[in-house]
Each structure stands twice: as C-alpha cells, then as structure tokens.
Design a protein. Sequence first.
Length: 515
Amino acid sequence: MNSLNSLLMTSLHRFVLWMLVSPVRAQPFWPQFRGPAGLGTSESARPPVKFEKADAIWVSDVPPGHSSPCIWGNHIFLTTFADRKLECRALDRLNGKLLWVKLVEVEQIEKTHQFSNPAAPTPAADAEHVIFYFGSYGLVACTHNGELAWRQPLTMPKSRGSYGSASSPVLYGDMVIQAVDTDEGGGRLFAFKRATGQKVWETPRPFFSSGWSTPVIWSRDGKSEIVLLGSKKLTAYDPLDGNEVWSVAGFPLETVPTPTFDQEHVFACAAGIGGRSNPKFSGSGWADLLQFDQNKDNKVQVSDVPESYRLVQRPELPEGHPGRLLPFPVKGMLTGIDQDKDQAVTQQEWDNAMGAFEKADSPVLMAIRSGQAGATATNRVAWQVSRWIPEVPSPLRYQGKLYLVRDGGLVQCLEASSGSVLYQERVGVAGGYAASPVAAQDRIYLASQSGTVTVLDARASALKVLARNSLGEQITATPAMAEDKIYIRTDQHLFAFGGRTYEGDSHDSGPCFKR
C-alpha cells in the first residue's frame, strides 16, 4: 500500500509540474489574431489533416463577420454584424453553444467595401478579459462571463479608405495595443490598461493613410518592440511610451498583411495598388478597351465607352467577386489619360498612364534585421523580393521557411534566412484568398474564399499537398487551432474539427482524399 501511495503521489507531483510548466497545454488558447504572438503557429496543437462537413465535432450558426476565432480555455470569442447590429459573442469551445451576446450600440456604422464587414478585427483575450475592437465605435472589454469591464470610444476621422477597419487589438504586458490609421491625417497608435481601459499613451501617425495591418510584438534578447506596417513604411515603437524606435521605408501606399518575425528578422510585405502582386501589370487592359474602337483606328473614343464599364483589376478572382473589377468606371479615368484632349485615347497615352501607375509603388516583401549596433535605414533590409506578393493574407514563418499565398491559389515558399525561392506553385484551388495561412505539427493550412482548406507538408522543400478539404462555404477569417482541433469560421457557421482519427492524417500515408 505504501508503494502504491508513493506511486500515486509521484504521479500527482509530475502532473502538477506538467500543468505549471505547460500553460499552453493546461489552458488551451489562441488569444488574438493569428494566435500566440500573432505568428499563426502553434507548438502544441495537433489539428487533423483531412476533414469534411460531416466530420465536424460541432457546428454553430454564426452571423456574418470577418473576425477570426479567439480562444481562451473553454471560450471562443467572435464579433458579428447582422441587421445593422454590432455584437460581441462568446461560444462554448466544447460544444459550440452560444454563451452570451453583448450588443455594441453606435451612432453610425462605418463604411466598408462590399467584400469586407464592420466586424472584421479579431478580439484579444487574457485570463480575465476579452477585448473587442470595432472601427465604428472603439474598444469594448468584457469578462469571460460577458460582464462589461470597460469601454473606450475612439472618435476618429470617418475615412478608413473604402474598405473599413481591420487592424486587431494585440496584447503586451498589462496593456492592449490598437492601431487606427485613416486617410485624413488622424492616424494614431494607442496603448490602454487591459484591466481598466485607462490610456497609457497615444502616438500620432499623421503621415500614414489608411492601413489594415495588425501590430506585432517583436521580442528578442529581453527587448520588445511594437512593429506596425503602414502606408509606405514599417515602424517600430517602444511599448513603454509609444516613441518611435526605428523605421524602414519602401512599402506600397496601401498595406494589409500583418508582419511576422523570428529572432533575426521581421518579415513584412504588401501588394501594389490594386492588389498588384508583381512590379508589372500582367495585363494592361488595352486589349479589352479596343472593343470600343468603333472605326478601327486604334483609338478609343471616350464617348463610345459605356458609363458603367469597368476593367478587370484582379483576373485571378472569379466572375462576380466584388474585388475582380476596378472600383470605379473607366470612362472618367480615360478623360484624365487623354493628354491632347481630342476626346480619344491612344495606346501610347494608355501605356504612359499605366507606367506612371506602376511607378507609384511596387509590391515588396522585406526581411528586416533587428536593431543591432550600427543598424541604419539603409542596411536594415537583409533581403527583399517583389513577385507573388499577397494582397490580404499575412506571411507565415514556420520551421525556417516563409510562406505566402495569394489570389489564384499561388503559393510561394522561401528560405527565411536568405529569401531564396524553394518553390512557386499553384495549390490546385483557384479564386480569392483572404485568410492568412496557419501552421502546426509540420503542416500548413491555407483557406480559400471558395471554402477549401488545403493542407501542405511543411517538411518538404517542394510543394506537397496532403489534403484539400472542401466545406462549400465562403471563408475569409483566419482559422484558429487549439489542442487537437482546428476552428474554421465561414460566412454562415463556425466549425470545430478534430478529436478523432481521420483517414489520411499520417504524413507517411501520403495524400488521401476521403469523399
């Protein structure tokens, strides 16, 4: 009996130690946009490779919204927007049941693009609070039980471009950090106390136009910096007082992806204006305009172009996608391009205009060195590339590689240390991509807007698809992972997959497409 008691006490002691030193395992969490540290990776999660709707552990009806699942313990937090109402929601992670709803009343809903949603930023949670951000209001903090802890309205200039807000709150120490850039020179970076909402500091960003990137906290060698990608520039701030520490210029005017990092580099990217992924336009549009050349003199009479005609801006997107066409009619654009004012546009005039448009900015991915002694704005950039740059999805750094996915299902994998391209391939699922890639257990998960989650083998130096999981519902939110599950938000539902053995889960078995 004594030996049995001793064995039980030893086992209990080991269990307690395991719980203390393994907080991620003891308390499942994916606490903000792109999970722990905002990197889109989990060291402990074990999500399945193969799944389909029928395999879901549970499915919960969820109103529209683009925010990703935020997980702390047995709670999942989301924001929604339906019937002109902004809502904070909490669901039970074990069964998907709705736990509570908090309505956020606002004077006016901010303007968003048809593709976006006023509930786009992802909540951030700690052990006591969950903090929601709406561009139409500001910050709202609740306890995990749904009690209001504090509110912090952010009266900002109304202009967030034509897309609305998307930058999510992030946590640092006892603070929550929120970026709000606008087109009216009123952009700011805020820090508030997480427990009370008291403002700690506020840093103006007057020279930044609208941006949609979320800050990250770059910590290494006992030092932390808030790194934020904005219009034309990546900037690092001291988290204690909000003062600028360093910056690197050379980015496009409009920035969406959130940076990622390792101990040596921050990796930041942005597509060119209009979502351009390469320095040159793949198609200038002139061939399409020639359909209006009535007299076949290789000129386009402005009067012959219909008022509502729009050129294709992103040919990789399917017909009917709100981002496929230019956001404005071509006719007004032609009037400005007509340099000799003869009411007709030649190919030379058109090409000159496109050339000027290309020079306005260029897509880029930069690897930026840490602030070691002697670092300057000119030598901080370790390497950069300008092709296959995503417009919305953030870059993913995982196991020494960097992954980028863009519209059309185009994936680029590079060595993080050098920028050398390992492969550039199509994953076999076309259309748009808005969700950022995530990774766990040697696997990369890519969610397309059309509703297919492609799983790649992260150990391979060439493209290796392990599964293509079609859910048949639109996906714009980045998936979340905790324990042995992956949580995927669509335009209609929140799905939980995992917790059982699926056909094709083993890498060694190779691709397996269970139907």
